[in-house]
Design a protein around this ligand. Structure first.
Ligand SMILES: CC(C)(COP(=O)(O)OP(=O)(O)OC[C@H]1O[C@@H](n2cnc3c(N)ncnc32)[C@H](O)[C@@H]1OP(=O)(O)O)[C@@H](O)C(=O)NCCC(=O)NCCS
Length: 277
């Protein structure tokens, strides 16, 4: 990509040898998880990452995904010594063009609600704040504080026919579950009541065994959440702890009272892709 407004080089596709710069810049996100290792970079991420070369080394990178008609900006980082010079805005402008070329009409991302520079940048490109979510770090013991899971519920893998009803029931971005269903690092699970198999909105989780995180995670009640969480601990075998991302305030209060730790707050932002300039 070239920037039509300047002679400076535009975004270029990432290369395998960019991994060290990716790791360094990923650290600027200030999240708990470690940067993805080289094998994950090579097998998956490099194909959907872009770099903007600065005057001295990598100026910025972005990691993206396409969820149906929604462009997902997974990460955006500008090198600390190159901020405030329009690079972030330039990357977003070029990503909008890239997403449009792939049939997207909207875009979305997650941002920390106190990240003023990022909120200002995303607001300036037309995104609006949506759902606020918390990432909780919990152990099996914390589950004791939740109401008992309804005995009749089963936790079953999500099948192709479930994607549309689950998307509708939980207000998900269309195409998101279908995309995650194709990725080997994701395991989509849902709650099923054998007496009422047609009811879609009981619960849904995406178990990501490598990262030991459940996101998206939705449950009709805290008791339904317990059914999902117990199944996730079973599925993750020896895991002492896992992380779960939820915007459910009732569930959050119960987990907090039980002593689970809130490790991250994120605000979803989305909006129409801006018109090409
Ligand atoms: C957020 C980030 C990408 C912005 O990149 P940047 O290159 O500094 O941003 P730009 O210079 O292109 O600025 C674009 C707009 O962002 C906003 N902005 C940038 N820095 C700002 C600051 N320090 N305070 C308030 N607003 C700011 C302004 O609206 C600005 O527009 P303006 O120049 O017309 O006022 C950068 O600060 C960063 O990498 N932060 C660390 C990683 C991170 O938090 N990434 C976002 C994760 S969701």
């Amino acid at each position: 990509m070239r920037d039509a407004h300047s002679e400076a080089p535009g975004l270029r596709p990432a290369r395998v040898e960019d991994h060290a710069d990716f790791v360094r810049l990923f650290g600027e996100l200030g999240v708990e998880e470690s940067p993805p290792p080289l094998d994950v970079w090579v097998s998956d991420l490099v194909k959907r990452a872009f770099f903007l070369d600065g005057t001295a080394g990598a100026g910025a990178y972005a990691l993206v995904d396409v969820l149906g008609e929604t462009g997902y900006v997974v990460n955006l980082v500008v090198a600390p010594d190159q901020r405030g010079r329009g690079l972030g805005r330039k990357v977003m402008r070029e990503l909008a063009t890239w997403f449009r070329a792939r049939g997207c009409r909207e875009w979305m991302l997650y941002v920390k609600p106190d990240n003023e520079p990022a909120l200002a940048l995303y607001g300036a490109v037309g995104m609006k704040a949506g759902r606020l979510e918390t990432t909780w770090r919990l152990s099996r013991d914390h589950l004791e504080a939740l109401p008992l899971a309804p005995a009749e519920l089963e936790v079953v893998p999500v099948a192709g026919a479930d994607l549309a009803p689950l998307t509708q029931a939980f207000g998900l971005v269309p195409g998101k579950l279908a995309r995650f269903a194709t990725q080997s690092t994701h395991r989509l699970r849902r709650l099923r009541d054998p007496e009422h198999p047609e009811v879609a909105g009981l619960g849904l989780m995406d178990v990501r065994p490598q990262a030991r995180v459940l996101t998206p995670f939705f449950a009709a009640t805290p008791a339904h959440a317990r059914a999902l969480l117990e199944a996730a601990f079973l599925e993750l075998g020896g895991a002492q702890e896992l992380r779960v991302v939820t915007g459910d305030s009732e569930l959050g209060s119960l987990l907090s009272d039980a002593g689970a730790r809130a490790v991250l707050r994120t605000l979803a932002m989305r909006g129409p892709l801006p018109d090409p300039q």
